[in-house]
Write a protein that binds this ligand. Structure first.
Ligand code: 1GP
Length: 239
């Protein structure tokens, strides 16, 4: 089954999903993880990376059973070894390079290696600090109080034919995306909804899921505490 189909199937069955985000520069933090750790997906990528994504993907494929999805910060973060690619359009911003430019650079490689490509509307929601992705992309996040702008942006993404919406609060933020933004988008868009940024525990996961997230993405907190992933997996299985 293709990855996107598996996401739709989980949603149809009411099953919530967990993706563990691995920064290619921080793979040492996961080498100690048990081989039995099985989140629904690993995401690989980052705003600014120095290590080749290919090495991280190969490492994850060897050690774990979970599918590995590319979550690229730019067109250099590609690998033919991954199971799928989130082809991210930064639709909250107005920087053409992250709306189409990097995609043009990546397209020949994607077509050549035949990797499953999932067009995804990537939306930055403002949090406590300016996020790396906002700075690197030189784009302005949507204010967290402006539900109507978030809704209109997600609706535009759906109308453009994107297949998923990813609400990004910013890696390492202390204030995850407020539930009201998630539920507002959920009410107006039928696409699978991914939520990430600052999620550290079951209570924050519950808030995101209750508001309408189909999948949460957790990165930083897992790098510093390997038990976070195990606890979140157990929590999701208990739902
Ligand atoms: C960042 O949404 C992801 O792109 C995950 O964020 O590292 O804060 O978990 P954290």
């Amino acid at each position: 089954m293709k990855i996107y189909e598996s996401i739709l199937k989980a949603r149809a069955e009411g099953r919530k999903l967990l993706a563990v985000l691995i920064d290619p520069d921080k793979t040492s933090s996961i080498s100690s993880f048990s081989d039995d750790l099985q989140p629904d997906f690993f995401f690989v990528g980052g705003s600014l990376t120095s290590m080749p994504v290919q090495e991280t993907v190969s490492f994850l494929k060897q050690k774990f059973k979970s599918p590995v999805l590319l979550f690229p910060g730019n067109a250099t973060q590609l690998s033919d070894k991954a199971d799928a690619l989130l082809f991210l359009s930064l639709i909250s911003g107005r920087n053409p390079d992250f709306l189409i430019g990097q995609h043009v650079l990546a397209a020949p490689f994607i077509r050549h290696c035949g990797i499953e490509c999932i067009p995804t509307g990537y939306m930055l929601i403002a949090s406590d600090n300016l996020s790396s992705v906002a700075y690197v992309s030189q784009t302005m996040p949507i204010p967290a109080s402006k539900d109507d702008i978030a809704v209109a942006t997600a609706m535009a993404g759906e109308l453009l034919g994107l297949r998923m919406i990813y609400l990004e609060g910013g890696s390492g933020t202390t204030s995850p995306i407020p539930p009201h933004i998630i539920s507002s988008v959920r009410q107006h868009v039928t696409l699978p909804l991914i939520v990430g940024g600052g999620i550290r525990n079951e209570q924050q996961a519950k808030q995101a899921f209750d508001a309408g997230a189909d999948m949460i993405v957790v990165g930083n907190s897992i790098e510093t505490d390997s038990t976070v992933a195990e606890k979140l997996i157990s929590y999701i299985q208990s739902l």
